[in-house]
Design a protein around this ligand. Structure first.
Ligand SMILES: Cc1ncc(COP(=O)(O)O)c(C=O)c1O
Length: 450
């Protein structure tokens, strides 16, 4: 089996670090200045974690490309970690939101756009009733609250190494059956063992064992895991899992925030899933903050029976700006004109092309790596076979190797999704963009193993 020469990896990483610093003087200058006013020199703490000594500062982004403040151009395969899956600033979106901005941004009253969006979401996902929030995190939090309220159960079940935003209950991992805070969990309000059951994905026995306690209000799941590499469900997994959740009285949230890449109605539609809730955020408004959660008829009836008009503003489901006119205008134009069925027909073959390019380089060197596609998204892992669960995938992570590959690509004009090896296609991405990545990836592999 091909092993990594760590000394060589270090030398190559150093070379890339030097090149990065030399080629980004203006970003370096802005980062030095930012340290005087922004905690850690960045507006959001994880922006420090990008490969390279400092983050590159962006000047302009359009479609699948952006330019940094040093005038360097990039193919963007990260696309704001899905927030810009539409491509950056589509013209139709810019026009629609400019019009809305001039006609009122937020009112705490509905606009007609909300109806159009609700009807379209119903058509795409099959769930009849929809609500809006500002982030996918909030949509998940609200769905969890509702699930707890209507089931009168306390626990949330999640998969090991999942990510659903900054939802407290989801920052838990399981090790040899013991649930604890995920590494890096900052100031958990209570031990997640009190709020959460954690199991490995693709393990139906573990799911049934967890549900047998009859305290799980809801299973919060991505139909395919996407945040610890892409992990696909085994054939028949979701049908059996759904049967189990129903048997033990637990509800199911399909968090389609990333898996919307599978098609216009996400995996819910592609795989004929029957969740009680669907959550969808990030690209729903082309990057204008907004998210949604849909509920089944049964959940809607149970909510109506328990949540009373007098209390509905202080019940923990809120957000003054949620459902605002701008969010809804952005969602409408995005769903009507950008993330259309025709767009997916273009994006999905591009992810296939990405997949084939990476697979070719892996095959040529007989590397013990693999690459997986899910709709318009693809990702490579440092394991011979695709991992079946979060524990396996997390164990195969290689921070040093990943950083090298990301920085090597960045220095040659390609931005990958940080913290794993993921690429996403937008309607504006081209075959040439994908081929540039293939060429660079093959070069990195040759340098490392040649
Ligand atoms: C599957 C999934 N759900 C929810 C979220 C949270 O999204 P946001 O950070 O926009 O709240 C993320 C973020 O990466 C995600 O990957």
């Amino acid at each position: 089996m091909t092993t990594i020469n760590r000394k060589k990896l270090k030398e190559l990483s150093m070379r890339e670090e030097h090149r990065f610093v030399a080629e980004h003087p203006r970003s370096a200058e802005l980062y030095a200045r930012a340290k005087n006013s922004l905690l850690g020199g960045v507006p959001m703490n994880w922006m420090k974690k990008w490969a390279g000594a400092f983050p590159i500062f962006v000047a302009h982004a359009k479609g699948a490309h952006f330019t940094d403040v040093d005038g360097r151009e990039y193919v963007d395969l990260c696309l704001g970690d899905t927030g810009a899956m539409t491509g950056h600033s589509p013209e139709v979106v810019a026009e629609a939101i400019a019009k809305r901005v001039r006609g009122g941004i937020t009112l705490m009253l509905p606009t007609e756009d909300s109806l159009w969006v609700g009807e379209e979401l119903k058509r795409r996902f099959g769930l009849p009733f929809w609500q809006f929030a500002l982030t996918a995190t909030d949509a998940n939090r609200f769905a969890i609250r509702i699930a707890r309220e209507i089931t009168q159960r306390s626990k949330v079940l999640v998969y090991n190494y999942c990510y659903h935003g900054t939802v407290d209950e989801s920052f838990a991992t399981v090790n040899e059956g013991v649930v604890g805070p995920r590494r890096g969990n900052i100031g958990p309000p209570v031990s997640p063992a009190e709020t959460t059951r954690v199991i490995e994905f693709n393990d139906l026995n573990a799911l049934e064992d967890a549900l047998k306690h009859h305290d799980v209000a809801v299973v919060l799941a991505e139909p395919a895991m996407t945040n610890v590499g892409i992990i696909l469900p085994d054939a028949g997994y979701w049908q059996a899992a759904r049967e189990l959740t129903r048997r033990y009285g637990a509800l199911l949230i399909a968090d389609e925030t990333h898996t919307i890449c599978a098609g216009p109605g996400g995996c819910t539609r592609e795989w004929k899933l029957e969740p009680d809730f669907v959550v969808f955020g990030k690209p729903i408004g082309s990057g204008i903050p907004g998210s949604t959660y849909g509920v089944s008829d049964e959940v809607a009836q149970r909510i109506t029976a328990r949540i009373h008009l007098e209390d509905c503003d202080v019940g923990g489901i809120g957000g003054t700006l949620a459902g605002n006119a701008l969010s809804l205008a952005a969602m409408r134009v995005t769903l009507e004109k950008v993330l259309t069925a025709a767009a997916f027909e273009k994006m999905i073959p591009l992810a296939k092309r990405f997949n084939e390019g990476v697979a070719g380089a892996i095959r040529e060197r007989a590397l013990p790596w693999n690459v997986i596609q899910l709709g318009a998204r693809a990702e490579y892992h440092f394991t011979k076979k695709p991992p079946r669960n979060g524990g396996e995938s997390a164990a195969a992570a290689d921070f040093e190797l990943e950083r090298f590959l990301h920085l090597h690509a960045l220095n040659r004009g390609v931005l990958l999704t940080p913290f794993h090896n993921m690429a996403l296609m937008s309607p504006a991405t081209t075959e040439a963009d994908v081929d540039l990545h293939t060429e660079i990836f093959a070069r990195a592999v040759t340098e490392l193993f040649g």
